[in-house]
Design a protein around this ligand. Structure first.
Ligand SMILES: C[S@@+](CC[C@H](N)C(=O)[O-])C[C@H]1O[C@@H](n2cnc3c(N)ncnc32)[C@H](O)[C@@H]1O
Length: 329
């Protein structure tokens, strides 16, 4: 096994799945919702788990290179009406509980993920609290807003990713910012100039008979099967004959970059079908897009490897310059 990651606020394991694809072994998970715990148990049957972060002690966590936390966003999200309580809120404030555990365990690297509203909450003061909390413990920090649509996933989903490396101030930015430029891929246009159907259109249905959809999906939100919100156009697709339907749970999984049925529980006898759909929509809408986490994990692994090699080199140089004393007889 290469590098390892302990996961907090694990949800259905979007971060975990992406990091695992990048070569990380998942050593620990922490999640409070029973539906999510069932899904985690199905995909990571041998991983130790805790439930409420408020009751977790750093001694509960197996030694791991990285701790990853997509902490709750409800009090930070711009999608919510009214004032945002930010890091003082009962949900997003769980960040402080995570930092209490960090103080005890001091992992080598930390990944945080949240809605980009974290940057503006309380006029930036909440993000300042996040940065200061990490800085005070000796972490070098970088952050970047990444959009799932740039990672081969047909969805506009902007999230802020924070990378913190202990006592390594310069390298956190190296993880998130690549010096090289990507190339525009012209293969999406056919030789006669017409455009091929997008991945989103292909996932959602037949591009001639319908449903008719734009080329890319809106952000998938956490919501129930009985949607009562006002912005219906985000969650429904329509056919040329006027019929309308909602995305299916499998379509939402695909648009979020998960394998089909990732969130379909194996044991669902007692739960009514629409209850399961609600739980699935909600958990998928809360998740990290695995493809983004995979990209991040690949870059983090490269930087951690460089750090390890540098340490080995320095130790070797010290050993050569300070030869062991040989005792005279
Ligand atoms: C934004 S979601 C994280 C999604 C996850 N990163 C993924 O990719 O699926 C936040 C998660 O925190 C969990 N949570 C809320 N309160 C918690 C608590 N006290 N202890 C542990 N987890 C909690 C929620 O149930 C939710 O699944």
């Amino acid at each position: 096994m290469g590098f390892t990651v302990a996961s907090f606020f694990s949800g259905i394991g979007g971060l975990d799945l992406g990091l695992e694809r990048a070569g990380f072994g998942v050593t620990f998970q922490c999640e409070v919702k029973s539906f999510c715990l069932d899904i985690l148990e199905e995909h990571w049957p041998d991983t130790p788990r805790k439930t409420d972060i408020r009751k977790v002690d750093h001694a509960d966590i197996p030694v791991s290179d990285v701790w990853a936390a997509g902490f709750p966003c409800q009090d930070l999200s711009l999608a919510r009406m009214g004032t945002r309580s930010g890091l003082r809120g009962g949900q997003s404030g769980l960040f402080h509980d995570f930092m209490r555990v960090v103080r005890g365990g001091m992992p080598r690297a930390i990944i945080l993920e949240n809605v980009h509203g974290l940057l503006s909450s309380h006029r930036g003061r909440d993000f300042d609290i996040v940065l200061k909390a990490l800085d005070e413990l000796g972490y070098g920090v970088a952050w970047r807003v990444l959009n799932s649509k740039d990672f081969g996933v047909p969805q506009q989903r902007r999230r802020v990713y924070v990378v913190a490396l202990h006592r390594d101030p310069g390298r956190a930015a190296e993880v998130l910012f690549e010096p090289e430029c990507g190339d525009w891929d012209p293969s999406s246009r056919r030789p006669n100039g017409t455009k091929s159907p997008s991945l989103f259109q292909t996932i959602i249905g037949d591009t001639r008979k319908g449903p008719l959809v734009k080329s890319i999906g809106h952000c998938i939100y956490a919501e129930s099967a009985r949607h009562t919100g006002t912005d219906w156009s985000r969650n429904y697709v329509w056919y040329p004959d006027g019929r309308v339907r909602r995305f299916t749970p499998n379509e939402v999984e695909r648009v979020q970059g998960f394998p089909d049925d990732w969130t379909l529980p194996k044991h669902m006898d007692e739960l009514a079908a629409d209850k399961i759909d609600s739980l699935r929509y909600h958990a998928i809408g809360n998740a990290v897009t695995p493809q983004v986490a995979e990209w991040l994990g690949g870059r983090l692994a490269t930087v951690l490897t460089k750090g390890k090699l540098d340490t080995l080199r320095k130790t070797a140089i010290n050993e050569v310059s300070e030869p062991a004393t040989v005792g005279a007889g």
